[in-house]
Design a binder for this molecule. Structure first.
Ligand code: GLP
Length: 241
């Protein structure tokens, strides 16, 4: 695992650079997109490179990590809508090139299996962008998640619902209780993992990720077993290393 400590604004440039290099070398790349605040500046930098430097996603595909269950289709915090707003609609992905798990499917179990199949059929994810929760979750794989897990339904922890309440007008009651999330083994199947973390609130999670024992109690630690993982952190997030 490669750990890079750099000023917060440079982290996004480093992540965008990795995607830029990949997509120019392999235009039909498969990119793994994450929600949360951590990747937002990466997306801004990709949009800049698209508009100013000719970076094109016309042949690329993208898969999202996770989605809330039972959230209104037009809710601004539905992850599908967040990804559309923050990146998909701002670059030149082909229609339907960006996919996410269907948290409103009638049969959620079938939707999870279907999503796994789609990722495999696309040839797997080449580069997966990741954030990390304060409790060490990646995607919505909360503490206790099996390291061998695949896309499935999960219950959000109280901690994560509190962390995400800020996106729901600070009203905890509005934060969904369940989600569909790629599993840890699904994420580990990506060829390159790029995780971003900034701020003091992430320091303990980053400490565990980099220096803790591999454990389902800190799900991100599974990344220690990945052959190509890059961890991009600012000084505050690195303060416990
Ligand atoms: C959410 C998302 C994760 C994200 C995490 C951290 O729970 N499901 O994919 O990594 O929050 O979010 P942030 O980047 O806003 O700190």
């Amino acid at each position: 695992m490669e750990v890079v400590i750099a000023p917060a604004d440079q982290l996004a440039v480093l992540a965008a650079e990795a995607i830029d290099k990949l997509v120019r070398a392999k235009p039909d790349s498969v990119i793994g997109l994450a929600t949360g605040s951590s990747p937002l500046k990466v997306y801004d930098e990709l949009v800049r490179r698209h508009t100013q430097e000719g970076l094109s996603f016309a042949q690329a595909k993208a898969f999202m990590l996770d989605e809330y269950v039972g959230i209104a289709e037009d809710h601004p915090e539905r992850y599908r809508n967040v990804i559309e707003k923050e990146i998909a609609s701002r670059v030149d992905f082909a229609p339907d090139a960006v996919q996410g798990p269907d948290g409103n499917a009638e049969d959620l179990v079938a939707a999870c299996a279907d999503y796994e199949r789609k990722i495999v059929d696309a040839g797997g994810v080449d580069l997966q962008i990741l954030g990390i929760g304060t409790d060490g979750h990646i995607a919505f794989n909360e503490p206790g998640s099996s390291l061998a897990s695949r896309t499935r339904i999960k219950t959000l922890t109280a901690q994560t619902r509190e962390d995400n309440a800020r996106f729901f007008g600070d009203d905890l009651a509005q934060v969904p209780q369940h989600c569909l999330t790629q599993g840890l083994a699904t994420i580990m199947s990506a060829k390159h993992l790029v995780l971003l973390a900034s701020g003091k609130g992430k320091a303990e999670a980053v400490h565990q990720l980099v220096e803790g024992p591999v454990s389902a109690m800190w799900p991100a630690t599974v990344m220690q077993m990945h052959p190509h993982a890059t961890v991009l952190v600012d000084d505050a997030a690195a303060s416990r290393l």
